[in-house]
Design a protein around this ligand. Sequence first.
Ligand code: BGC
Length: 504
Amino acid sequence: MAVAGSGGGGTDFPAKLTRQVVLCSLIAAFGGLMFGYDIGISGGVTSMDDFLLKFFPIVYEKKHRAKENNYCKYDNQFLQLFTSSLYLSAVVCSWVASFCCKRFGRKRTMQMAAAFFLVGVVLNAAAVDIYMLIAGRICLGAGIGFGNQAVPLFISEIAPARYRGGLNVCFQMLITIGILIANVVNYFTSNIHPYGWRISLGGAGFPAIFLGLGSLLIVETPTSLIERGKREEGLRALKTTRGVEDVEKEYEEIVRATENAKKVKHPFRNLIMKRSSWPQLFCGTILQVFQQFTGINVIMFYAPVLFQTMGLGGDASLLSAVITGSINVASTMVAVFGVDKFGRRKLLIQAAVQMLISQVFVGVILAKHLKTTNAIPMPFAYLTLFLICVYVMGFAWSWGPLGWLIPSEIFPLETRPAGFFFAVSTNMICTFIIAQAFLTMLCQMRSGIFFFFAAWIIVMGSFALFLLPETKGVPIDEMNERVWKKHWFWRRFFRNEDEEQAKC
Ligand code: BGC
C-alpha cells in the first residue's frame, strides 16, 4: 500500500512498506543482537564460580565468606572493569565509526562492526588470563561502537517516514532478544564445569556471524549513496526500497539535503558552534543520559547478583533474570506497534510514571527488609521481582527503544553521523559509569540506590513532558523545518540561522 500524508502533520513522500526494507532493517538489527547478548551475558558470567576462581579469586573468596555484607559481596574494581572496559572502547570506536559511516557508507560500517566483534569473541572465549579477557572486551567494544553507530542510522534512513519508528524499534527488539538468549545460555552453562563461561562468551559469535553474512545481502541507504556522489545508484535504490516509481520529490529532498551537507566541512564544529544545532544535540545526548540513568542496566548486568543479594539461590537468581529478560522482549513489541501510533512522547511520559512507582517500592522493600547479613523474607523477594518486571516493562516500550530512535531521526543530514556519535558515545559513557560504579554504589548506598534512580526518572519525565518535541511521522530530512523551528522553546535557536551558516 502506498502512503501519502503522514502522522507528522505534513505531506509524506509516496512509499510502500516493501519486503526489501523490512528484510534489510531486520538484518541490520542483528547489530542489536550482538549488543544485547553482550549486555546479558556479563552479569551471569561474573557470578559464575569457575569464572571468578580463574580470573578474580579475591571476589570468589569474598562471595563465599559467610559473614560478608550482603550489599558488598561483588564490590571489586577489576570485576567491574571486565564489564565496563567494553563501553570505553565503544566510545572511542563510535567516533571513528561516525567517519566511516560518512565515507564508506552505513553498510560497510556494519560489516566492520561484525569483524571486530568476532575477533573479540575469539579472544574472550579462549582467554587464559585477565589481559586476554580485557583485550577481547575492547574488540567487542569496537564492534558495538561501530554497530550502534551504523544500525539505527541505517534503519532510520531506509525506512519510509510513517514506519520509521516501528522499524527502528527492531534494533531494540533484537537487543532485548540478545539479552534474553544470553540469560538462558548462562542458566545452562553455569552448571557446566569448569568451562561453562567459555561457552557463554563464545556464543556471542553467532549474532556477529549473522550480521556479517546478512550485511552482504542488504542495500545501502539511498541517502548514503547520494551523499557519496552515486546519484544514479541512489535513485535506483530509492525506487526499489520505496516500491514506487514516483520518488522524484523525495529524491530532490535528499539531493537538497546532501548539497547542504556538503557545504558543511566540519560537522563536529558545526554541531558545537552553531546555535541551530544545539536543540538536536542537547535532546539527542540527554536522552541517552536519561536512558542509562533509569537504572536499567543495574537490572540487565547485575540481575543475578542483585537477586542473590536478596537471598534467592544461584539458580533461582539466574532464572529470575530470564523472567525479566522475557518481559523485556515481550514489552518491546508494544513499542514496535505503538511508537508510530501513539507517538514518542506519550510512551516516554507514561513509562516514566510506571517506572517511578516501581523503583520507589523496591527501594522501600529493600530498606525495610534487607539488612547487611540477612536474607529478605521470600514473599518480599518475589514482590521485588514482580516490581522489577513492571519497571522493565515500562522501560522496554519507552526509554529503551526511543533512546536510540529519537537521536537517529532528529539531526539534519549534514550533522547526522556526527550528532548520532554524541548520542552513542554518551550512551556508552553512561553505561560505563553505571557498570563500573553500580556494585560500589550498591555497597555504599544500599537500598538508597533505588531512590537515586527514582529521582532521575522524575527529571526525565518532566523533560519529555515539557521540552521534547514529537517526531512521529515527519520525514527524516525535514525535521528542522517541521519540528524544531515550530517548537515553542527550541525555535528561538533558529533565529539567525543563515548568518551562522555562513560562519561554519
Ligand atoms: C540500552 C541498554 C539496555 C537495554 C535493555 C538498550 O536500549 O541501550 O543499555 O541494557 O536497552 O533492554
